[in-house]
Design a protein around this ligand. Sequence first.
Ligand code: GDG
Length: 736
Amino acid sequence: MSKIHIISNRLPYSISEEDNKYQLQASVGGLATGLSSVYKDFGGKWIGWSGISSESISKEKQQEIDQLLLAEDCLSVPLTTQEVDLYYEGFSNNTIWPLFHYFAQYADFNHDEWEVYKAVNLKFAKAALEILEEGDTIWVNDYQLLLVPEMIKSRMPNVTIGFFLHIPFPSYEVFRLLPWRNEMMEGILGADLIGFHTYDYERHFISCVRRLIGHEINLNQISTDDRIILVDAFPMGIDYDKFAGMAQELRYINENKKSKIHLELDKFLGDQKDRKLILSIDRLDYSKGIPQRLKGFARYMEQHPEMKGKVSLILLAVPSRDNVEHYQLLKKEVDELVGGINGQYGGINYTPIWYFYRSLPFNNLVELYHKSDIALITPVRDGMNLVAKEYVASRSDQDGVIILSEMAGVAKEMGEALIINPNNEDEIADAINTAINMPLAEQKERMKHLQTRLKRYDLFKWTSEFMKGIDKVKSIQQDFYAKQITASVSDSLKKIYLSAEKRVIFLDYDGTLSSFKNDPKMAYPDEELKHIIKGLSRDKKNIITIISGRDKETLQEWLNDFKVNLIAEHGVWIRAVGEDWDMPVVANKTWMETIRPLLETFVDNTPGTFIEEKNFSLVWHYRKAEPEHGDRRALELVDELTNLIGNENIEIMEGNKVIEVKNGGINKGYAANHFLLSNPADFIMAMGDDWTDEFMFKELPEEAITIKVGIKRTSANYKVKSVMAVRVLLKKLIGE
Ligand code: GDG
């Protein structure tokens, strides 16, 4: 059975030492819980760092720890203190983290850290390569390991790689700031399935692929030279039952079993049943918007003096990266804000903000969720934010209100929350007011929907959806490979070719016989192509036809010296060897006067584009336009053309970076069949690369051998990867 492995910066265990003996504690975080079920069920390993730097313990102790981890199917990647400093604290947390959270001004672009980031990523990849077997799957996690997918794929292409990013993927304008942006993209693109929390991050990623790498993209599928990669959104869920179960337990907990916090909360609420509790929980990180949140709370207190003594904010800030200057400054700012607000609005028996700067055990966390009337979750940027989901799961009475930042990934799934802009203090203050006054029935109505949804799409559903994504991309890839012309397929094609008496061969030109050039005029036949065409046309059994969208003048100029038939402008014109150009169907061009001005407008507002005027068609070329702009304009143009054309018999053809407008009913399929009427054959073959060739693939007789160049979906029977592969095949047919 092929295995599924996990790879992440940290292993799902922490290690402690007692009486000179090491012990493992399983991490309680969602990721550890969710992914442990995956690798254990599928006989895999979890590869990651143990959290102990390699030079801080002896070799023997390291071995002891490794043995303990191995018993849990975990493989530790040893890291030195310096590696942790430069790769983790440095490049991961001081470059990628701030940049991807739109704090570009905090991002360090340090070359040494980048070098170590690469070296450590390679260490992780090599650790994986030692255990990976052909056909296995590996799920790579998060921003510390962005280069690992390519490092594995390039060494072991037959392993399926999933990659999931737990933080936002920023827009191109931010991502482009990274000096090593292309290496980073290539790193991620080593994966077969790339997952994000939201569609927005997916969209940003695809836009970066388009602009930086230039791969062909169809919806959420990226076509590289040899693979299809799937990109999708998988919003991470929580272990819902664990939170709901604990909250339920807490409802009926015996007085003497209550935790200290629980008792304090009871005491606090005991004398004032109507006091409202607002909860704020996060790591103390600048992305979480804590100062803005406190200012919003202060604004509320200022606007509602009548609530003095009746509302408190519990601020749990979990220490994080506290050796980094930005975090130290943030801590200072939060301390000062809390002090100021408590000083200004507090009293002898009243503290507006209860501030905890520490982490709490799980049951305390749920107690806080369970006891608080309102959750105030206002990150300025957050990949997902699980706290919001955990609050929902812990509301066993189905009451409570969530105030949620629109900048958190989770906001996309929680329309029932009060959604605010975290930078707008007034909006936060208003939302607190709305939440405090929300009728119970409305709270329950909203909470009911949230709970139903989050229970259904929980942590385990998330992992299973991601695994389904892996299966899906595998089947897309298999479909692609199934049509590939392998050595044995090309051998049998050659046998059929040799045994035929009369062969008709249709060859598209651009993208099939010759590669695309930025300037279409430069795609004239090179020496190798001339040699192939000569070789094919020399054989008396062959009728070779070049079938192209190009105008007849160009085809004639380039191919006049060869014994080949020419079909130009997608079938408007046909020129048999030794004869004149003929038009099988009478085409008209009166429509051009209406269409041309529209195309001219698009040329004017889309730099790099131009119009080509053929005898019976008009073509808008956008290969040289800035890629995303060009693609967007192309969509707009098709839309406007469709409106303008109405019922006229005119067709819009979307080719490879071209939009062509031409007479309806005339296409390569029609032209090829028309040609076959006067040229019966026992071997028919057609090759082409774009969707204008699909007419041929669909309409030629069933026995025709149809070959698509490239990896897109096709109705052709076979696929070859590139122009080079076309030439190799044709050379094989002519015996070279
Ligand atoms: C990253 C992304 C994305 C917090 N305080 C305590 C405690 N916690 C637990 C919560 C929650 C987790 O920590 C925090 O998760 P978040 O999702 O809110 O945020 P990040 O740590 O920044 O996580 C984030 C996530 O990855 C998953 O992909 O959602 O956007 O930034 O589970 O319960 N747990 C305990 N005591 C505490 O005091 N026991």
